[in-house]
Design a protein around this ligand. Sequence first.
Ligand SMILES: C[S@@+](CC[C@H](N)C(=O)[O-])C[C@H]1O[C@@H](n2cnc3c(N)ncnc32)[C@H](O)[C@@H]1O
Length: 299
Amino acid sequence: MFQRFGLKSLPRAIYCVPKKNFVTHETVTQKEFAKSAQLFYDVVSKRGDKLLTPLLQATGLKPGDNRQILDIACGPGITTIALAKQNSKGKTTGLDITHEMLKIGEKNAFEKEKLPKTSIEFMQGNVEQMPFNDESFHLVCSRAGFHHFVNQQKVKTLNVVLEEMYRVTKSKGKIVIQDIVSQSDKGNHTPELRVRQLHNAIQQLRDPSHHWSFGENEMIEGLKKAQFKDAQVVLKFEEDKTVELWISQTGFKDERNALLIVLKELCDLKVDTCMNLRYNANNELVFSHNYCIWTAQKP
Ligand SMILES: C[S@@+](CC[C@H](N)C(=O)[O-])C[C@H]1O[C@@H](n2cnc3c(N)ncnc32)[C@H](O)[C@@H]1O
């Protein structure tokens, strides 16, 4: 069902797109990220260290390490390559469902960074059913992936994916997850469900492959349920950006610009959207993305 990504792999349509004639979340995700792959890479690689450094620190990796590492929903491989550079004596694998993302990762790893093929590889596959044996990795990471994970019945697959992560992690191995979280505009308390539903609906209008931003504790509970121990939040941080830039990063700016009008209205009405909407000195609508990093160990 899954293929190692590379020139000899089958066309993705053969093994990734279900034969039935309906649109699945999998195909929505692939369509979104196929269109925005290069744009996503350009924007996120420029933001660079602010998002990457905390994740690398949370892994505890040291230069010259020799581990088996997996980066799930690796996208264009920004994190995968950063992990592989630290893990220079080991092997780092990036897994993602979108072919166009993986192509950028391969190009950067082998042509730009000149990493050896023995140290990094990219594979196409779904995180719900990873193409790896049990206990394969010392470290399993995920950045900005969990808010997309949902099955064909639109049920979030937090538990399925965490159980898969648990399965492929070696005993005493570690997992590190970084993602955007829903946090109320009115402070640090857990926002009520309705506010979080509004927050996620806004994100879905901007990117239909978005499903659900987990709260800090929701993820901790999921990690415990999957039998991980020492589940904890190691860092929370914010990143501010204009709503216009955020929408344009999808590659569907013209189609989705109506969202800007809706968000301006919600801001003026002071509705809690979990986004801390406000205007900057140039009268542009800005908001805060709240990030969280969780770590846990396999016993
Ligand atoms: C926002 S991007 C993050 C990419 C990368 N981790 C980063 O931080 O630069 C989300 C990625 O998740 C991938 N993705 C979404 N659902 C997936 C699934 N079920 N299995 C594998 N990859 C998935 C998408 O293809 C996309 O590349």
